[in-house]
Design a binder for this molecule. Structure first.
Ligand SMILES: C[S@@+](CC[C@H](N)C(=O)[O-])C[C@H]1O[C@@H](n2cnc3c(N)ncnc32)[C@H](O)[C@@H]1O
Length: 310
């Protein structure tokens, strides 16, 4: 007996049956072939549906996923390819500095809220240490005046800040916190504070600034020079994570790109090592993670806060 079977590709398969079935007069092969035909027909229908959705899926991925991947790759490539020279030109431009001042005015409020307890601890120590002392506190990298609210009642502050666009915010914040006297704003870098005399200030303060300085050893040596003997240097800084962590690898990998976002700041600086080797009579600090910043600044969660004594 001859048989014809439709194939999924639309062609038909023909052949001859061989064996007879005892009770139904139909051949075994015929019965099998009928079933095969039915199942092939079903498969053919299913495959037609599947094929349509597969094609749709494929074209969707071509249209959305590939361009996104291409854009991400191009951006990463361009950013990575930019040299330190180009980066320095960008971040020292007037427009960038102006924009960074606006950014810091906002970000320092978020950061202050996230580290409120740590700052209170640090400034309580300062209040005790400076109780009854008449003299100046020098803040290096004072930014927009984010620390004014925490400073001791009636203290006199010299704000050293290289970005001239911070000045408006510094003055505004000094007005908001009248318990602080903003004695002077010095436009300059902490690596060379020649305008500030040796042994002249009661305390030096910096927050989120040691990550940005270009010569850490020079800055620490200048801090020791201007501090009165026995004076305190207070710091609260974001630092490199422990070497065996994923974050440490990311910090090292993306340090150059990070500098674009944060005015040349390094997210993997071993600040505590510099402090310990700077020749202070003692250094006391705690390391902690500011998890509140997880969503906006994963690379800067590890912090240290404490003081060093001249
Ligand atoms: C991330 S901001 C922190 C500002 C502020 N201290 C705060 O906690 O919000 C870093 C500041 O350090 C300043 N800065 C960068 N390099 C500096 C340097 N070499 N000497 C002194 N200040 C510097 C920047 O202009 C900027 O205002």
């Amino acid at each position: 007996m001859n048989y014809i079977v439709s194939q999924p590709n639309g062609h038909e398969r023909t052949g001859k049956s061989k064996h007879f079935c005892r009770d139904s007069e139909a051949t075994v092969d015929e019965a099998q072939l009928m079933e095969e035909k039915r199942s092939l027909t079903r498969t053919t229908h299913n495959r037609r549906h599947l094929t349509v959705s597969e094609v749709e899926l494929e074209s969707a991925s071509m249209e959305i996923i590939l361009p996104i991947c291409a854009i991400v790759l191009v951006v990463l490539f361009v950013v990575a390819a930019l040299s330190a020279k180009v980066r320095n030109t960008v971040i020292s431009s007037r427009t960038y500095k102006k924009a960074f001042a606006v950014h810091m005015n906002l970000f320092s409020r978020i950061h202050n809220r996230a580290v409120q307890k740590r700052k209170e601890e640090m400034f309580n120590h300062m209040k005790m240490a400076l109780k009854g002392v008449q003299g100046d506190i020098l803040e290096i990298g004072a930014g927009t005046g984010a620390n004014f609210e925490f400073l001791p009642e009636g203290c006199s502050v010299i704000a050293l800040e290289p970005n001239p666009h911070m000045e408006t915010y510094l003055v505004e914040n000094a007005k908001r916190f009248p318990h602080v006297q903003l004695k002077e704003i010095v436009c300059g870098y902490a690596e060379n504070m020649e305008g500030i005399a040796d042994n002249s200030v009661e305390a030096v303060l910096c927050t989120l600034t040691l990550c940005s300085v270009t010569d850490m050893e020079a800055v620490l040596s200048e801090i020791k020079r201007v501090l009165k003997p026995g004076g305190y240097f207070y710091f609260l800084e974001h630092v490199a994570d422990n070497p065996e962590t994923w974050r440490h690898s990311f910090q090292r990998t993306f340090d150059d790109q990070w500098k674009y976002l944060s005015d040349g700041c390094s997210c993997c600086r071993e600040t505590s090592t510099y402090l310990e080797n700077a020749g202070f009579s003692s250094v006391c600090y705690q390391k902690f993670y500011v998890n509140e910043l997880m969503l906006i600044a994963y690379l800067m969660l590890p912090h240290i806060a404490g003081y060093a004594v001249k």
